[in-house]
Design a protein around this ligand. Structure first.
Ligand code: ZN
Length: 104
């Protein structure tokens, strides 16, 4: 599956109180459920620091290293894990997004 087909877009955090650019990437969940997948970045597009834990909440404290900014070739490290129920250890989707390709 191509990442671009999940309608990805760069988003800015709304709670940082600053005018930040591309601190996270939003896309549709690769499993096809229609939910959103949020990938908060270690290296935002604007070159600034990653969002702090107050921005996306305690349920999303992981940050991913982005390589590239073209969704046709973008990669994230490490693997992306979307929790169904983090406290229960139940996973919703887990896979890799590398070179614009999504693999579970
Ligand atoms: Zn899903």
């Amino acid at each position: 599956m191509r990442f671009i087909d999940l309608k990805p877009e760069f988003v800015q955090s709304s709670k940082s109180g600053e005018n930040r650019k591309g601190t996270a990437v939003w896309s549709l969940c690769p499993c096809g459920c229609g939910s959103g997948l949020l990938i908060a970045l270690r290296n935002p597009l604007d070159g600034g620091p990653p969002d702090g834990p107050e921005v996306w909440g305690e349920g999303l404290t992981d940050r991913w290293q982005r390589t590239g900014e073209d969704f046709n070739t973008i990669s994230f490290e490490p693997s992306v894990l979307m929790w169904e129920d983090k406290k229960a250890g139940k996973q919703h989707w887990h896979g890799w997004i590398r070179n614009g390709e999504v693999t579970a």
